[in-house]
Ligand binder design. Structure first.
Ligand code: FAD
Length: 498
């Protein structure tokens, strides 16, 4: 049977931060025949405007939108990011990089890390990171865009961006408006509902304007005007596992030295601090738990650790770790901070915005939303949140630190069963439970487990075959090959558009 032509769905996006403009640009570019997009934002209220570190998936997003990478990087003062440089998490003095890329290559169908574990226990001191081109390039501040079709060592990593988040939304706005998205400036003061089925029919602005729609995307940030304020969708609180609930943030000048293609996360007495180098400045923030640290102490610690001159007064941000029980309820879809927040330790928020847009497009409704649309979207979003939550908790829980009440708490706290099961599997078998899609695949878990000293006693028995001395030689040759290939790349700074 021939399908029917669909009518364009009137989509009203409430909020013009990163989530709002990514949604508007995504829908207007990718499904212009299905969605008629209208965005409402309030300059008076403003945007969160931190969120400077991203994941490699953002590259695919800007490519699919037809955005030129150089234009995007120039507009947002972006640098390349090859991973996160974690310091002092497992123990004070420890350091490891969580890269975007793999370690070595599987041999005979057995993961490289099994061979590494065998030789690690046999006394070979070389860290796992020496076998990752992404780690070595990050640490040596080298960069060239990898060729995805090549098997060469210097091409075996992925990359993301570190950018000025306040410049991303205005950049996307230009793109979305050029593709037919309408924009209205104004403050939403009330919401119209259908009395029979409870769906939202219109929003009302302070100046009396009424904007009707079929589908409403709530991108109003922590205010969550529609999903929380109007629909009162339940909030699932995860702060007992992720107790950080504040950040103080401040930009500073660059200190002399290369611009690193790495975001740095350094553990602090009541949380951790970020350091994110852009082309024009360095972003810094101390993410902390207010139960263990007051604002003045956090501010002083942040300023005391700056490597350059502060460029503003530190700014305080409040948040709670958790998510809406349902991100899509009635005909309201929450995207961005309105949907949930898991603290910025692994730079996952913008990724969650992007995956929600993809899921929305995959489950895009006709003028009337069906349960199947909603359920499909919510299932996809829930799976991502749950996984990211467990991965973040691992960073806190996998520590031997007991030098402050905060670290002692996260070290000893109860963790979700899903995470406890994963850690047990890893300890007993050196296997990482697999996902077929989504964030944080095997190399990410390896980075944190081994970087934070959860080292299984054994390894896959199939890694036992090779002669230990020959294995050490092969490992040394691999690390040397990676080092030589990476040293041949240009310095990171030489690859940056300015
Ligand atoms: P907002 O930026 O708050 O935008 C909300 C929009 O809604 C604004 O346009 C506002 O004007 C509008 N609005 C609100 N109320 C009304 C109203 N009544 N009427 C009209 N308009 C209204 N993400 C990462 O990916 N990487 C990171 O490194 C990272 N670091 C972070 C660090 C911290 C401390 C925090 C708090 C967040 C971080 N994030 C990070 C998250 C990232 O900043 C956000 O996910 C992202 O900016 C999306 O925000 P948003 O668009 O949902 O909300």
């Amino acid at each position: 049977m021939a399908g029917q032509e669909r009518n364009r769905v009137r989509v009203v996006v409430v909020g013009g931060g990163t989530a709002g403009w990514m949604t508007a640009a995504g829908l207007a570019t990718l499904i212009p025949a299905a969605a008629d997009v209208h965005l409402v934002e309030s300059a008076e209220i403003g945007i969160v405007g931190v969120g400077e570190a991203t994941l490699p998936h953002l590259r695919a997003f800007i490519q699919r939108l037809g955005i030129d990478e150089i234009a995007f990087m120039t507009a947002t003062h972006a640098t390349f990011k090859l991973g996160i440089d974690f310091r002092d998490f497992g123990r004070i003095g420890d350091r490891y990089v969580h890269p975007f890329g793999t370690y070595g290559q599987p041999l005979g169908g057995v993961g490289f890390h099994h061979y590494w574990l065998r030789r690690h226990h046999g006394g070979n001191p070389t860290p796992l990171g020496a076998y990752s081109a992404g780690v070595v390039a990050g640490e040596r501040a080298r960069f060239a865009r990898p060729d995805p079709t090549s098997d060469a060592l210097q091409d075996s990593f992925g990359y993301a961006y570190q950018f000025d988040a306040t410049r991303f939304a205005p950049f996307l706005r230009t793109h979305a408006e050029a593709r037919g998205c309408r924009r209205t400036e104004g403050r939403v003061v009330s919401v119209g509902r259908d009395e029979r089925d409870g769906r939202v029919t219109a929003i009302h602005l302070a100046d009396g304007t009424r904007i009707e729609g079929d589908l409403f995307v709530d991108c109003s940030g922590f205010r969550a005007l529609l999903i929380g304020g109007e629909l009162d969708e339940a909030w699932e609180d995860w702060s007992h596992w992720l107790p950080c609930d504040r950040a103080v943030a401040v930009p500073c000048t660059h200190a002399p030295g290369p611009i690193e293609p790495l975001t740095r996360a350094t553990a602090m007495p009541a949380g951790w601090r970020w350091r994110i180098p852009l082309t024009t400045r360095v972003g810094n923030g101390y993410v902390y738990a207010s139960r263990y640290c007051d604002e003045d102490t956090a501010r002083e610690a942040l300023l005391a650790g700056l490597e350059g001159e502060a460029l503003a007064e530190p700014r305080l941000l409040r948040f709670r770790a958790g998510r809406r029980r349902h991100s899509w309820s009635h005909n309201v879809v929450a995207v961005g901070l309105a949907s949930g927040f898991l603290e910025p330790l692994e730079s996952t928020s913008i990724y969650l915005v992007q995956m929600a847009i993809t899921a929305l497009i995959e489950h895009f409704p006709d003028a009337r939303v069906t349960d199947a649309d909603r359920d499909g979207f919510n299932t996809a979003v829930d799976a991502e949140y749950d996984r990211i939550r467990d991965f973040l908790i691992l960073h806190y829980h996998a520590t031997t630190r007991d030098d402050s009440p905060f670290w002692d708490h996260v070290r000893t706290m109860a963790i979700p069963d899903t995470l406890a099961d994963r850690i047990a599997l890893w300890r007993q078998t050196a296997q990482v439970a697999h996902y077929s899609y989504g964030l944080f695949l095997e190399p990410s878990w390896l980075a944190v487990y081994l970087g934070q000293n959860i080292v299984p006693d054994g390894w896959d028995p199939r890694a036992d075959g090779a002669d230990p001395a020959k294995l050490d030689q092969a490992l040394a040759a691999l690390a040397a090959g990676i080092g030589t290939a990476i040293d041949a790349l240009p310095p990171h700074e030489a690859s940056l558009p300015r």
